[in-house]
Design a protein around this ligand. Structure first.
Ligand SMILES: C[S@@+](CC[C@H](N)C(=O)[O-])C[C@H]1O[C@@H](n2cnc3c(N)ncnc32)[C@H](O)[C@@H]1O
Length: 316
């Protein structure tokens, strides 16, 4: 499979591709939802493994992703094997019902942002390239990161940077942001953070990494979207259907881990009951005890894969 490239030369290498195809148990004629289409790398592999008549519904909040994959995989769209929808994945159940695309054999979520988004300066995701401080997956929605920083007060900004970025210097950064508002560009924010936290001596990552991650999560309500979609996947999967989720930081992995654990429990403790709890029918079976991580070879070849954690479960 070729790596999807865009006209500006950016590429997005799909993470843990073989593990996803195996984990989703992709089979000829199967029907799958890719909730995070991105560059379409996973979708393309699912189409190949479900040939000749398998189908994929690919969703993305970013209209540019839908356009790009629509062009690249135009034949699959024309053959009715690939259905592309511009939407946030929290609308998954509704969109699938509208398209008569229920039940499905597998659902994939490959969370976060694509290399196309990161490497397009005007999308404002990168502290390494100058651009407007935007960070929206869907440029037609809500407010940009810059507008969010205009609206919040100092404590709210500090809490956001601490909560979503796990950044210990959040208060200092928030104070600087409020003093120097409006913050309109990525370089302005990156330089401000670097000054606030005192440079990058001995640090493995750029000092603005955590602040940028926190803002991106907030702007796109990433954790809320994830929490709202997980339950929907149970309505959409057929019994025996698979859910695969790749996360890239501990906040989202924790949400997936806890939800999968809850849904796979056969016993629910009840501290108010003298019996101590009750047995229930689990709705999910865990296929991965701990998360799968990328092989050494993949980590070497694709640095993005280094923080990836893949969890797979099966609908009962
Ligand atoms: C890591 S990329 C997916 C890459 C893809 N698996 C591939 O192989 O090319 C994540 C994509 O999901 C999209 N995305 C993130 N959160 C979303 C959400 N809540 N709803 C819809 N799309 C979302 C982003 O716009 C981005 O294009």
């Amino acid at each position: 499979m070729e790596t999807p490239a865009d006209p500006q030369g950016a590429t997005h290498i799909p993470v843990m591709l073989a593990e996803c195809i195996e984990g989703l148990a992709v089979r000829p004629g199967g029907r799958y939802i890719d909730g995070t289409l991105g560059g379409g790398g996973h979708t393309e592999a699912i189409l190949a493994h479900s040939a000749p008549n398998g189908q994929v519904m690919g969703l993305d909040a970013d209209p540019a992703a839908i356009r790009r994959v629509g062009q690249r995989l135009a034949d699959d769209v024309a053959q009715g094997r690939l259905h592309l929808v511009h939407t946030a994945f929290e609308q998954m159940a509704q969109i699938a019902a509208e398209h008569n695309f229920v039940p499905v054999d597998g659902i994939l979520l490959d969370l976060g942002l694509s290399s196309f988004q990161l490497e397009t300066p005007e999308r404002g995701f990168s502290f390494a390239q100058d651009g407007l401080l935007d960070m929206r997956f869907d440029p037609t929605s809500r407010e940009s990161a810059s507008q969010l920083l205009d609206r919040l007060d100092e404590k709210e900004i500090a809490d956001l940077i601490y909560g979503y970025g796990e950044e210990r210097m959040s208060r200092r950064i928030a104070r600087q942001i409020v003093e120097q508002r409006p913050i309109r560009t990525t370089s302005q924010l990156a330089a401000l953070v670097e000054r606030a936290v005192g440079g990058r001596k001995g640090q493995r990552i750029h000092p603005a990494t955590r602040t940028f991650q926190a803002l991106r999560i907030a702007v796109n309500d990433e954790l809320g979207q994830l929490k709202r979609v997980l339950g929907q996947t149970l309505e959409l999967l057929r019994p025996g259907g698979r859910l695969a989720v790749i996360s890239f930081h501990s906040l989202e992995d924790r949400i997936v881990k806890v939800w999968m654990r809850e849904e796979s429990r056969a016993y629910v403790p009840d501290p108010t009951s003298i019996y101590g709890g009750r047995t229930v029918e689990p709705r999910l079976g865990l296929l991965t005890k701990g998360p799968l991580v990328a092989s050494d070879a993949e980590r070497e070849q694709n640095p993005r894969s280094r923080s990836a954690k893949l969890r797979i479960a099966e609908k009962k």
